[in-house]
Design a protein around this ligand. Sequence first.
Ligand code: PRX
Length: 634
Amino acid sequence: MSQKIQSLSGYYHEYQKSIHQPEQFWSRIAQGFHWKKPWDNVLSWDFEGPEIKWFENAKLNITENIFERYLFTHGDKTAIIWEPNEPNEAERRISYSELYEMTCQFSNALESQGIQKGDRVIIYMPMIPEAAVAMLACARVGAVHSVVFAGFSSTALADRIKDCKAKMVLTADGNFRGTKNIPVKAVVDEALAQTQTVEKVIVYQRTQTAVEMKSGRDLWWHEVIANEPKANTAATLDAEDLLFILYTSGSTGKPKGVVHTTAGYMVYTHYSFTNVFQYSQGDVYWCTADVGWITGHSYIVYGPLLAGATTVMFEGVPTYPDPGRFWAIVDKYQVNQFYTAPTAIRALQAYGLEPLAPYSLDSLKVIGSVGEPINEEAWHWYHDHIGKGKCPLVDTWWQTETGGIMISPLAGITPNKPAHASLPLPGIQPLIVDAEGNELKGNNVEGNLCIKFPWPSMLRTTYGDHKRCKETYFSTYPGMYFTGDGAKRDHDGYLRILGRVDDVINVSGHRMGTAEVENAINEHPKVVESAVVGFPHNIKGQGIYAYVICDLEGRTEEGLIKEIKETVRKIIGPIATPDEMQIVPGLPKTRSGKIMRRILRKVASKELSNMGDTSTLLNPEVVDQIIKGAGLAP
Ligand code: PRX
């Protein structure tokens, strides 16, 4: 099944076909897959509803396209190379045949434990191959997985369990991350004390940490699989049956469950993986993301496995036991394609070149970036010192909602311009609009990024709340999908993503709604009101700056700030902890009571020029007080 674009002219040719005859284009791409029944219609769509259906009425199982399709040709090939947190612990190499058996066995166990097609299963697991097995086993039986990043708190986990009415949770006894062993099972126990729907918890033994096992509810992974056969027939699913829900932050306080369905997601993750990374059989590919994020779903698990690739999965963190860890792994497995986030690059760049010295990195052919805009300095460091100036750097722009990479160079095929995601993939029709939604044509334009035509892996709804999906993505500019990002088309016609234009901040490549963090801060009993904004951060891209009005009685400022930060960690998780917190006497508000975040952003960025007219505020005096409190007073 060759879908790989081989040249720049080939790219333009495919792109034109994909725009002028999208149905024929995707139909041709999709033919390479294994369908239990072909589709009646390639696409029906309406962005008003929105209602989008790809490969209508086709029947398939995505895991058959990973396993049955390949077993005869490369069952012995390594599917997953797993590198543990501790460098001296043995790695695991799992072949396609073995992964097939593990998936079948665990999917049989899921069914024996009462899971049926359509049931929601939460996966709250470390970065171990069993996390991938859990996802694939759900897909095999037609259950809907929802992976929750194992760094989220019990409250955040409980919210997600409640929202999707999950029937089962899959977890582990502990999670090794650097020097830590995070007690994930205990977090699950706390979450389940707040929820009603979960009937069974299956616990994988990874760290040998003592955990409480609630009788009748909690089961050991190794025990539930013990007597299950290592083969089965995959469930027959409809093209539009739900494959997974993944919760992500938006401008409102409550994370939303982005819904992805089966066939379109399969076709697009495979297509984009193959083309962006120019994966060739025999290559070793490594994406450093966590399976708890969309990047882990599409480009550790589904995309690479659908392509019959060897995908590396790393349990640990980039700086443990030392900041050369990533490079040691690249050399150890002779990684050919390496895909990471700008925040990791900047963090490692801060250690200088010494940690790189023992490693050759000669195996690398392609390096990639995802999750946030990559600044030029980090781009050059990555390109020069990791890619040794010879590897194309694919700056891949996409989102949880898009399911797959949308705008990116195709490695070595389309041009590589520092800090530019550059050109759309075939099938993707981006446009830049002004505030009124008028398309800004031509080059040298800047505005909001929208997409005007459906693509196979786009979200279909937000779980349990279709209206929210419509309002968030399809109402700002009717007839278009609005990304929430600003973008610029430069004089060469290449796209550069400028970052979020809504109340979402991007902290170390993780999306955080300002309202979500404010809600968590406001849970502290001494807090009266708060406002959260992003500010430029050397390593994280953006940091979280919180302005808090609170009752200090009986507390020191320092003590209270510590308590409030702890509250946020408890309610969301460590990733949402504010980097800066300032206790303020008031927040700048308009006469209608709206917080003037623009002013707060300026102060947080320590940039006091162009503050604008503050005299029309309800409480203009507060601005000076805030500036003074931030230590910026002249
Ligand atoms: O602002 C964009 C930024 O990350 C957001 C999507 O976040 P999430 O759904 O968590 O998915 C991250 C992994 C795909 C986008 O709205 N973003 C992602 N990739 C890039 C980026 N910004 C600039 N350049 C990128 N390459």
